[in-house]
Design a protein around this ligand. Structure first.
Ligand code: SF4
Ligand code: SF4
Length: 343
């Protein structure tokens, strides 16, 4: 059996539904695309979700920087739509679906480590889990398509796929690239459903307006954006919920390696292990991370529900909250008082 087939067989036997290979040159135009998006939106590297303090461009660059002499990129995908994910994503949850379902990244990480070990055992250099543009590469390796909502979509698996890369210096025969038919051709449901206008054009997401990244980092949120965030305190995922590619998915059995992954999954990390549905008033309290306290204040201002109770709780915390939260709390108090006066 060829090494290429061995890699594929190992990945599949360990639980990867998608495995694709391509030469590393496939994504040389990626940074140009990102640069265009930054110019069009005025967003900066800080608006993307990367490790704290790390430079987006330094991290998310050419795989050949991560592994000089790299020849092949192997993309792995594990289907993540299990019985927990097979519930509707509603605003009543206060969290986008990806923030409250099991993460399958631990599964795909384990598989990628096994592939690295196989390649190294044959005398090749290989690394996994680099900051490469995963969705873009999954598209270019023919595993599926990049959707108008900026999310990777694959036939049978929709957008619920945990992706991971392996980069190696051995030349493996690339898969024959045939671009799959895209479900996006006659559809714009995600663009119409996005509450903030973050999907400002097909295939283009403005990270400064997308609720997913802005609820997970502490950068300043403009007041006009706060008003469009509805009551989401972590993530949103409306653009996945309305997507027809996710409509008839068959839920998989839960993989025992999948988990609520607060160490690695950005949604889970910012929820600080909160598995039950959060209570907005409780989230204002000082025992919660500042990001959640800020998001809860914005959500309370937007929904105006239990207005008197929300006002009292916000006023209770406004003077003792850390300086960077006080402005949000005051803004929420003002919004709720305006609503009260208009009632
Ligand atoms: S909602 Fe429609 S346009 Fe948007 S990603 Fe899904 S199929 Fe594509
Ligand atoms: S996650 Fe929400 S805010 Fe972000 S693009 Fe999708 S619908 Fe828009």
């Amino acid at each position: 059996m060829s090494l290429r087939d061995e890699v594929k067989e190992l990945a599949r036997s360990q639980g990867a539904q998608l495995v694709g290979m391509a030469g590393v040159e496939v994504y040389t135009d990626y940074l140009a695309q990102v640069g265009e998006r930054l110019r069009e939106t005025g967003a900066g590297p800080q608006d993307y979700m990367v490790s704290d303090g790390a430079s987006f461009f330094a991290l998310l660059s050419d795989a050949r920087n991560a592994l000089p002499g790299a020849k092949t990129i192997i993309m792995l995908g594990v289907y993540a739509y299990d019985k927990i994910a097979a519930t509707r994503n509603t605003r009543g949850d206060l969290r986008g679906k990806t923030a409250r379902i099991y993460s399958y990244y631990p599964v795909v990480r384990q598989i990628s480590r096994q592939i690295v070990a196989l390649l190294q055992s044959r005398g090749h250099r290989a690394i996994q889990g680099q900051h490469v543009p995963l969705k873009f590469l999954a598209d270019r390796t023919g595993l599926g398509v990049y959707g108008k909502n900026g999310i990777f979509l694959a036939e049978r698996y929709g957008s619920y796929i945990a992706l991971r890369d392996v980069i190696t210096d051995v030349e493996l025969v690339p898969d024959v690239y045939e671009r799959p038919a895209s479900p996006c051709e006659d559809c714009d449901r995600c663009l119409r459903a996005c509450p903030t206008g973050a999907l400002y054009a097909p295939y283009k997401v403005n990270p400064k307006l997308c609720i997913n990244p802005i609820t997970r980092r502490m950068a300043f949120i403009e007041p006009e954006t706060r008003s469009n965030m509805w009551n989401w305190v972590c993530g949103c995922d409306i653009c996945q919920e309305v997507c027809p590619a996710n409509r008839d998915l068959v839920a998989r059995e839960i993989d025992p390696r999948a988990c609520f992954d607060s160490q690695h999954h950005s949604s889970h990390k910012h929820l600080d292990g909160l598995e039950r549905s959060p209570d907005l008033i409780e989230l204002l309290g000082e025992s919660y991370p500042e990001i959640l306290r800020r998001n809860a204040a914005i959500a309370l201002a937007n929904i105006g529900k239990g207005r008197q109770e929300a006002l009292m709780a916000l006023k209770l915390h406004v003077d003792t909250a850390p300086a960077q939260l006080q402005g949000y709390f005051r803004w929420a108090v003002n919004v709720l008082e305006d609503k009260k006066n208009q009632a």
